[in-house]
Every structure is written in C-alpha cells, then in structure tokens.
Design a protein around this ligand. Sequence first.
Ligand SMILES: NC(=O)c1ccc[n+]([C@@H]2O[C@H](COP(=O)([O-])OP(=O)(O)OC[C@H]3O[C@@H](n4cnc5c(N)ncnc54)[C@H](O)[C@@H]3O)[C@@H](O)[C@H]2O)c1
Length: 281
Amino acid sequence: MIELKGRAVAITGAASGFGREMAMRCHALGAKLALADIDAAGLATLEAELKEMKADFFAAKVDVSKFEEMQTFAAKTFSLYPDVALFFNNAGVEISGTIWELSMKDWEWVYGVNVFGIIHGIKSFIPEMLKQDKEAIIINTSSLAGLISGHNSPIYLTGKHAVVALTEALELQLQQYQSKIKAFVFCPAYVKTNLHQAERNRPAELINENAEYYQTEDYKKKQGMMQYAVPNGMELDQAMDIVFEALEKDLFYIQTNPEFLPRIEQRFNNIMDNKRPVFAG
Ligand SMILES: NC(=O)c1ccc[n+]([C@@H]2O[C@H](COP(=O)([O-])OP(=O)(O)OC[C@H]3O[C@@H](n4cnc5c(N)ncnc54)[C@H](O)[C@@H]3O)[C@@H](O)[C@H]2O)c1
C-alpha cells in the first residue's frame, strides 16, 4: 500500500458516501485532503467535522461535469499540496428507467457527472501527477454495473461501462509511458450511501419539465430497485475495508461482492458464444 502520511489525497464526491468515508480514512492515515463536491451544504458539514479533528484540508464546491471547475480544483490542489499520492475520481449520480422514455436531460446529467466527470478528473490531475514522478494512485469509481449486462438503469450502466474501459486504457497508457502512477477501477455492488437520492444534487437546468414518464409504474419500478438495493446494501465501512485491501494487494478491479461474479461470467460467456443476452426479470 502506498504511503499516504504527509502526502495529499484529492477526492471528488467528498461530501457523502464513499468520498466522505475515503476522506475520513485518509485523514486518519495522516494525509492532507483536497475535497470537491457539488453539494455546498454537505461540504460545510464535512468541513466542520474535519476542523474539529484538526485535519489539514481544503474543500471546494465543484461540479465535476464542468471541465473548468475541475481544472480550478486541480490547480488549487497542486498549489497547496504539490505531492498528490491518491486521486479518488469518484463523484457519481444514478437514474433508472427505460432507454427510449428517459429524457436527453437525464442522459446529459448522468453522463456529465459519471463519464465526463471522470474524463475531466483524468485530464486535470494526471499531467500534474506525472510531473511529480513519484508513486501515486488514481481510483476511478465505476460500479458492478460497468461489468455486467443489465436492463434496469441503462444510462447509469452504459456510463459505468465507459469508466471501466477508460480506466483500462489509462492503466495501459500509464504503463506505456513507464509512469509511477497506478490506476484502479472501483466496481462496488450495493453499498449503504446516499446514491439512491442522487436527484438531490441535480442542477436545475437539467430537471425534466415534462414529468409524465416519471409518474408511470415502469419508472417507479425500475427506480424502486435502486431505492431498495442501496439502503439495504453492504455497510460503507466494510466496502471501504475492501478498497484498502485491494490497494494493498494491487487488485485492479476493486469488487465488493463476489456473489455477483457469475453475472460477469455470464456476460463474457455470451460474448464468447455469440449469444443474445436474455431478459431474466
Ligand atoms: N452506493 C452504491 O451502492 C454504489 C454502487 C456502485 C457504484 N457507486 C458509485 O460510487 C460513487 C459515489 O457514490 P455514493 O454511492 O457514495 O453516493 P452518494 O450520493 O452518497 O455520494 C455521491 C457524491 O457525489 C456528489 N456529486 C453529485 N453530482 C456531482 C457533481 N456534478 N459534481 C461533484 N460532485 C457531485 C454528491 O453531492 C455526493 O456527495 C458514484 O460514482 C456511484 O456511481 C455506488
């Protein structure tokens, strides 16, 4: 495991869930923290706690879907803390529903955060981390959804597939250029965070005006699956133990729930056998 003491850790989506837990753990390990989130109130609560704990940190309101905001966050991070050991490229949101019914605003919102947010993070942090020429880590948060075929949350699932492929390409290029940075892709299944309430931080300009589809049983059923699965998922600290263990063991695909491995295997078997995925309800 990379030494974090005295070095900096930058985190997006820091005000809640995985980001917040990562911030607390890295502070406990002696790291300085650069924290970004779109949720100003959530950040303020975290800031108060960290001040109480005498943490060395700064927190910034950042919308990761906006490249300039991510660049400003990275610039502030490297000016205050020129030695970044870990970048947790993690902010994310969720929506479920049927592909042809979901609105273009839904696609723009979720891809803006979950896909472009990750790209903005890589483009803003990796060049500076390369210049450090020291061992460092980037963890991109994808999901189990990025590894399987599924029907419930197509915008989320396809975006998370992009994050897996992006991180594989990133890792290969980091090796190609013999860098000291290692990439990891975090693919949790269901973990108790506030992901099922992602709408709370949806920008006003991306809220659906014609809300008819969102009143249907189809939408409610699909969204209801996430509403149930996340609060009934794994405990957050258990999931974060798995992350740190994976970093220790150098496991590229950080997975929380081995019981879902057959779903991944099934997808790859379908590809190998050139079989159509079959709806299983
Ligand atoms: N919890 C799960 O079961 C689960 C499973 C698979 C993947 N994930 C992924 O984990 C990551 C973290 O989510 P979480 O589960 O901790 O949920 P969470 O809602 O508790 O935390 C996500 C954080 O991201 C922030 N955020 C949302 N939009 C943003 C934006 N535009 N710019 C900056 N910050 C923004 C939110 O304000 C929130 O603080 C996400 O990428 C999510 O897709 C979670």
